[in-house]
Design a protein. Structure first.
Lengths: 316, 428
């Protein structure tokens, strides 16, 4: 979100500089109306995004007492960030989660999208099927998966037992729990990514493929030489959004693991840690510091992606 | 320029329409209160609660009060538990708390010391309210630094629930008030049947329904004057009771198993023969097809002494109420015998007023509910401080490792005590 805002502001500034010297009455009127039209969005962004961001920044320097009373404490909260192992553990979990779920999720989405871009019977039905997890409430998703994963009475381990396999403790084995959640996240993200990639696929002109056919290119060559490069702008968007989303993963951890589980330390993400500090420990100052740290990390990663896109994204 | 003017005019029109609206609504407000002023001042009180199951009983009580006080209007406002505390805390910050509301032990100290509650010590004395009609442990929960803040509303204690069918199958006699920890362990060993995934006892990590009871039975304390009792010899013994059940005697499912499938569910499907559970579970065990005719309850087993945790809600008045006198009258009525009988008939909670508990016991004759009342004689209050949730989270985080077998219980107890004492020290 924040990166989009800054891009907008930059371009606004540029436009203003260029236009300053030759503005006539007519132009000024146009700008007035233009700003008036974007005012609702702009106000919304300022009130619900930028102002809270500044507030959080201020709060990260405070210590909280009962009933919203707080006092200025300087950089104490940031010192804690670097001295307590909690954030490091949460960061590690978040990175593992992201590094596994984003590439896995996107590559599966591409495969599904390409398959569902064919002319097959009941394609709408399959598309709906893959999109269902997106419109299902995260809490409902988590509860059903929690039941599937139940080590003693769950469906997955029951099916495994039919093949005489002793299923693992999916959600209570400290070495496994995070990966079990990654699986659910990947499953849940395919639908959303698929829809965007599908629209990207349909934007690729069939003439390329016809030309390739004449040249005698096979299926894989066509996929890697035509589909992927022309899909790269879409993939870039999907990657940026997926990364931001997975960095902020919370509800799956909260619903499927929960604060009293024995594996919470092995699975808690940065946003989960933020929740625990802000709403269980009532330490909103420290929680704000965590939020600022996460904000910086996401900002850096997103900027890095925009820099790197020149290397692999092809715009037609 | 012309367009700008039109826009300005439009804006002015909208603005004036808005302010006109608020003016006129002010006027009607004034008119309304003037009108009722003629027939005696109409007073409206808001009473905030979180349990919709209890809302009908609370409405009944409010209606009874309004019959006797025609100039008072009482609004019962139900907010679900999940949002109740967030909402209350926000309201307290903005000095707009409901006139009366429910409070629990985990929050009383925070609210009382935060200065948002009306102390009622003087009113109790002036009107001669007999506080000995309520369990002593409850009164002590709601007395902070010598001031009374609440009249107890209801309470709950913890009992030993057991599966009669499994006991019959093992040829054992049912648990009773002669039981000690040793008797419990012996029975649990005989009831455990690994081949069928049946365990004698569910030793899940829990505070109010778990370790606080056994720590008290071993002669220890939970928190006292900034100190945590977990690493004291007695407290430690109370903790070891649970971990030994899992790791040494293997008569309980592991913590991992009980995380996947909660002890209640295991008990309700006949996989666990005994468990500690609260009096509030009687409704669920009664409604569950399996447990309704197969389980019963008795007092908790004893160790060095008897011990059980009592917890109960209190009705409190907000400091910011505009009608402290009327609010006090209603509070007194909420604490009266009449009001307690009304809530007892629903079977949801044990009423706090002495003598009205029989109504609650009679609400379900299937279970031996009498034991929950008998245990109040030696009950200790559910431990609480200002940031109760914060230290209980630390307690859970660390002790879970011992329950899971990753950390020695003595080491865990030491770490937990340190963590809890850290929070308690910050509160001062």
């Amino acid at each position: 979100m924040s990166s989009e805002v800054s891009v907008n502001q930059e371009s606004d500034v540029k436009i203003q500089k260029k236009t300053k010297f030759w503005l006539n009455k007519q132009k000024r009127g146009d700008y007035f109306w233009a700003y008036l039209m974007i005012a609702p969005t702009l106000l919304g962004t300022i009130i619900f995004n930028i102002w809270p961001l500044l507030q959080s920044f201020y709060l990260s320097f405070t210590e909280w007492g009962a009933f919203g009373s707080y006092s200025w404490k300087g950089i104490v909260n940031y010192e804690r960030l670097f001295n307590e192992p909690d954030l490091l553990i949460a960061l590690k979990n978040t990175f593992v989660f992201t590094i596994l779920s984003v590439p896995l999720g996107i590559s599966l989405s591409i495969i599904v999208a390409v398959l569902l871009n064919q002319k097959i019977k009941g394609v709408t039905f399959y598309r709906t099927l893959y999109f269902l997890p997106v419109v299902t409430m995260p809490a409902a998703v988590a509860i059903v998966w929690k039941w599937l994963y139940n080590a003693d009475y769950g469906l997955i381990n029951y099916v495994l037992s039919l093949f005489s396999i002793q299923g693992p403790r999916w959600l209570t084995d400290p070495n496994l729990a995070l990966y079990s959640i990654v699986l659910v996240a990947v499953w849940g993200a395919i639908g959303y990514n698929m829809v965007i990639i599908l629209s990207g696929l349909q934007g690729i002109s069939t003439t390329y493929y016809e030309a390739a056919d004449i040249d005698g290119a096979g299926m894989f060559v066509k996929f890697f030489k035509i589909t992927l490069p022309l899909l790269s702008p879409t993939l870039f968007f999907v990657t940026v959004m997926s990364l931001i989303n997975t960095f902020q993963v919370f509800e799956l951890i909260f619903m499927m693991i929960g604060p009293n589980s024995l594996v919470i330390e092995n699975t808690q993400t940065v946003v989960y840690l933020f929740y625990e500090e802000a709403f269980i420990n009532n330490d909103k100052g420290y929680a704000a510091a965590i939020a600022m740290a996460l904000f910086l990390i996401i900002l850096c990663v997103t900027i890095l992606q925009f820099k790197l896109q020149k290397k692999w994204v092809h715009y037609e | 320029m012309k367009r700008l003017m039109t826009l300005l005019v439009l804006l002015l029109l909208v603005l004036s329409a808005c302010s006109g609206g608020s003016q006129s609504s002010n006027q009607t407000d004034d008119g309304g209160s003037d009108g009722s002023g003629g027939s005696g001042d109409k007073v409206t009180l808001t009473y905030a609660i979180w349990d919709k199951n209890q809302a009908p009983a609370m409405e009944d009580i409010a209606n009874k009060f309004m019959e006797a006080h025609p100039n008072v209007q009482i609004k019962v406002e139900v907010t679900p538990w999940d949002q109740y505390w967030t909402k209350l805390e926000t309201a307290a910050t903005g000095k707009s708390l409901p006139d009366l509301f429910w409070l629990n032990s985990a929050n009383i100290e925070k609210y009382a010391k935060g200065g948002v509650l009306l102390p009622i010590t003087d009113q109790i004395e002036a009107d001669g309210v007999d506080m000995s009609k309520y369990p002593e442990a409850l009164n002590s929960i709601y007395t902070i630094e010598g001031e009374n803040y609440a009249i107890p509303k209801d309470y709950d204690t913890i009992g030993l629930w057991y599966n009669k069918e499994l006991f019959d199958a093992a040829g054992l006699s049912y648990p009773d008030d002669t039981w000690t920890w040793d008797t419990l362990l012996d029975a649990a060993k005989k009831l455990t049947d690994p081949a069928n995934d049946v365990y004698g006892f569910a030793a899940a990590l829990a505070g109010q329904t778990g370790i606080y009871n056994t720590m008290a039975q071993a002669g220890g304390f939970i928190i006292n004057d900034g100190q945590a009792g977990h690493d004291q010899p007695e407290g430690l013994r109370g903790l070891k009771f649970w971990t030994d059940m899992i790791h040494t005697h293997k008569v309980s499912p592991t913590q991992a198993q009980m995380t996947d499938t909660p002890p209640n569910t295991l008990f309700e499907s006949g996989k666990v023969a005994m468990m500690f559970a609260g009096s509030w579970m009687q409704i669920e065990f009664n409604q569950n097809e399996y447990t309704t005719d197969k389980v019963d309850v008795t007092v908790l087993p004893q160790d060095k002494q008897r011990g059980v945790v009592i917890h109960g809600l209190g009705n409190v008045i907000a400091q910011n109420t505009k009608h402290p006198d009327v609010a006090w009258e209603f509070l007194k009525f909420l604490g009266s015998e009449e009001a307690n009988v009304i809530q007892a008939e629903t079977g949801t909670v044990i009423p706090a007023y002495e003598g009205t508990q029989q109504t609650w016991i009679d609400s379900n004759p299937k279970f031996n509910l009498q034991v929950f009342i008998d245990m109040t004689e030696y009950a200790i209050p559910n431990p609480a401080s200002i940031e109760t949730r914060a230290w209980q989270q630390i307690e859970t985080d660390i002790l879970t490792k011992a329950w899971a077998g990753e950390l020695d219980i003595e080491e865990a107890a030491k770490q937990a005590a340190e963590g809890i004492e850290g929070i308690l020290a910050k509160e001062k």
